[in-house]
Write a protein that binds this ligand. Structure first.
Ligand SMILES: Nc1ncnc2c1ncn2[C@@H]1O[C@H](COP(=O)(O)OP(=O)(O)OP(=O)(O)O)[C@@H](O)[C@H]1O
Length: 323
């Protein structure tokens, strides 16, 4: 099956400033993909090119089977786009805003009210349907924005910074809603964010975007392996008592070919190994008459991955400028 988004060598400059530099990206149907990068990285510019709202200088953006530059209307019909700056008619109720948007999108009049009610319920706004949009919290506005996107029955939804301004609970609830839409309706989602933790919660894959360049794409284990694969596995084992003689203890592991290093500080033994040999380490400790209190393994999350890319590309760190 063709990817739902297929970007090839996409480039866009504003004057001498390169906003998007040779962007290549394929997103398959049904995936939640997170475009992750700091402010000014070029995420919005990339999204606008995917929607045919900004013309690339070179390269192509095929979205839902259409060239976004040549057929922007077809793309808009198939894609639901939620920008980072949502606008509603404040004096209208949430439901009225949704009905208005459905009419603007040319949805059949006979089903509009019923559909609008259904989508208000789907996004968790049923009880607030008849309240003016001006009384909605930021989280409720994001949900209303999502309902406006979904009522078009899009094949793909693109959400630009959807968690901006939400409190932690609002973020969690909103992302859970996105995940359930993917699982229940097979929706494909591209979302942009500069919040690592938000993206980490729901995305199948992420792309790390810095200063117009997509530096890496993959799921977390893949990115983690790419970056930290050669640094070994870190296993921490806590004993119930401080070992009598550190050198004698070290000796017990010296025959392990997988062991890179062992650091002992108090009750904590820090093993760095070429692969995960935790059961073997535990067995040897027990055979040596030592009791174990806890075992933990360092997991590399998006935070470490993100930081590592910045470390590796310090010359690429963007200047956080605004438009
Ligand atoms: N219309 C424009 N004219 C000139 N420069 C622009 C324009 N739009 C964006 N830029 C510049 O292009 C770069 C990329 O901006 P873009 O908005 O795509 O980044 P972003 O990753 O979406 O960041 P943010 O989260 O802050 O919106 C920035 O340096 C920005 O200042």
């Amino acid at each position: 099956m063709e990817p739902i988004i297929d970007l090839k060598n996409l480039c866009k400059s504003y004057g001498s400033h390169v906003a998007v530099d040779q962007l290549n990206l394929k997103i398959p149907h049904g995936e939640i993909f997170g475009l992750l990068g700091p402010n000014g990285a070029g995420k919005t510019t990339s999204i606008l090119m995917m929607l045919g709202l900004t013309e690339p200088d070179s390269g192509s953006a095929i979205v839902c089977g259409y060239d976004a530059t040549r057929n922007p209307i077809e793309v808009k019909r198939k894609v639901g786009y939620m920008p980072d700056n949502l606008g509603f008619y404040p004096q209208l109720t949430g439901l009225e805003n949704l009905v208005y948007m459905a009419r603007l999108n040319g949805l059949p009049e006979k089903d509009i009210i019923e559909n609008a009610r259904r989508f208000m319920e789907l996004v968790g706004l049923k009880a607030a349907s008849d309240k003016p949009a001006s009384s909605y919290s930021r989280g409720m506005k994001q949900r209303l924005g999502l309902a406006e996107v979904l009522i078009k029955k899009p094949e793909l939804i693109i959400l630009d910074e959807p968690t901006l301004g939400l409190d932690p609970n609002g973020v969690k609830e909103f992302l859970e809603l996105i995940k359930s839409l993917q699982q229940e309706q097979g929706l494909t989602v591209l979302l942009s964010s500069h919040h690592l933790h938000h993206v980490q919660q729901v995305c199948d894959r992420v792309g790390i975007f810095v200063d117009g360049k997509l530096l890496a794409t993959g799921d977390l284990p893949t990115l983690s392996h790419e970056l930290f694969g050669n640094t070994g596995v870190e296993t921490s084992i806590y004993l119930t008592q401080v070992p009598m003689d550190a050198d004698v203890l070290k000796d017990k592991f010296s025959s392990f070919p997988e062991l890179n290093s062992l650091t002992i500080s108090g009750v904590n033994l820090q093993f760095n190994t070429t692969e995960d040999i935790t059961p073997k380490l535990i067995r040897r400790l027990i055979e040596s008459g030592l009791d174990i209190q806890a075992v933990s393994q360092k997991q590399y999350g998006l935070d470490e991955i993100y930081e590592k890319y910045f470390e590796k590309n310090t010359n690429l760190t963007p200047e956080h400028e605004s438009d």
